[in-house]
Design a protein around this ligand. Sequence first.
Ligand code: COA
Length: 149
Amino acid sequence: MLVPMTDGHLDQAAALEQVCFTDAWSRELLAQTLALENAYNIAAQEGDLLLGYASAQYVLDEGYINNIAVRPDCRRQGVASRLMEALLAWGAERELAFLTLEVRPSNMAAYGLYRKYGFETVGVRPNYYTHPRENALLMTYYYRKENTP
Ligand SMILES: CC(C)(COP(=O)(O)OP(=O)(O)OC[C@H]1O[C@@H](n2cnc3c(N)ncnc32)[C@H](O)[C@@H]1OP(=O)(O)O)[C@@H](O)C(=O)NCCC(=O)NCCS
């Protein structure tokens, strides 16, 4: 089930970051994000087990997805889809113009997830990532047609 992410999720979320990303967010950074008024942090859990989580922030009517991650042994079961649907609903409720994010072009799972939910590739940030160095694709979901480029 989906629940608001709390301090109680931080240990498992930080461990999941380590498994998923070479530039993993620390427990401290995750905790700081939880405390932000303009952030939305959502967890998928089963009992005490954190299956995955997602985090987004907004400034004015612009939304930015910080991260979305699912435990390796729980993937391809629709967990990220449920988290993404919650993020999109949050943005709609806040009347955001768009939600945007960066993704490695080599990350086919994440790219597939974003395409499934209607994110479009709108740009490239050269050499954005390190370990290994890679460009980032900038992908955006537009809530309103008039905001599309
Ligand atoms: C990307 C990630 C969050 C997907 O989580 P998930 O729970 O397995 O995703 P879902 O089961 O909800 O799948 C949703 C869609 O994503 C795409 N997808 C997921 N895994 C995929 C894979 N291995 N290959 C290709 N497409 C994939 C598919 O389009 C899928 O839709 P479908 O099941 O209808 O075909 C997960 O692989 C992950 O945590 N990866 C490591 C962290 C990461 O890279 N996060 C994104 C950073 S930008």
